[in-house]
Design a protein around this ligand. Structure first.
Ligand SMILES: [Zn+2]
Length: 141
């Protein structure tokens, strides 16, 4: 399935997890979930997995309206989530929207959406060979 997730831009052009900044996309633009308990993520009674939303709307709102200027160092990554696909156990939908939050085993980024004021977005797009689109074109119906 197609999924969307927020990730961090770093000065070296890497794109990293916003929760676990040591974890970066690999050279092919793939983010692979790992579990500290040794599971093959995702597992129903664990929180492991790579997390996405099924629609970018709440991510776009979060990044654009946050007073900490998240648009400077976060990007919205669009990509394919490989399964099995399970619900996010702590937040099945992003409130107040009904956008589902899901997790899977592997997320392959196909496009980066960044605000024009974001730092290092051009470098990240070159590093991974991914298309870079302005965040404001990410309008949803
Ligand atoms: Zn686990």
């Amino acid at each position: 399935m197609i999924g969307w997730r927020l990730m961090q831009l770093h000065a070296d052009g890497t794109i990293r997890s916003d929760w676990l900044p040591r974890e970066a996309l690999d050279a092919a633009g793939v983010f692979t979930a790992r579990c500290e308990h040794g599971h093959a993520p995702p597992v129903a009674d664990c929180s492991c997995g790579v997390y996405v939303t099924e629609d970018p709307t709440p991510l776009l709102e979060w990044i654009s309206t946050n007073p900490r200027r998240l648009y400077e160092w976060l990007v919205v990554c669009e990509g394919h989530l490989d399964g099995p696909v399970l619900d996010d156990p702590s937040m099945p939908v992003w409130p107040p929207t009904n956008v589902r939050c899901l997790r899977g085993s592997r997320f392959t980024v196909t496009r980066i959406h960044a605000d024009p004021r974001a730092h290092h977005a051009d470098r990240a797009a070159r590093r991974y060979g991914l298309p870079l689109q302005p965040l404001d074109l990410l309008e949803t119906a």
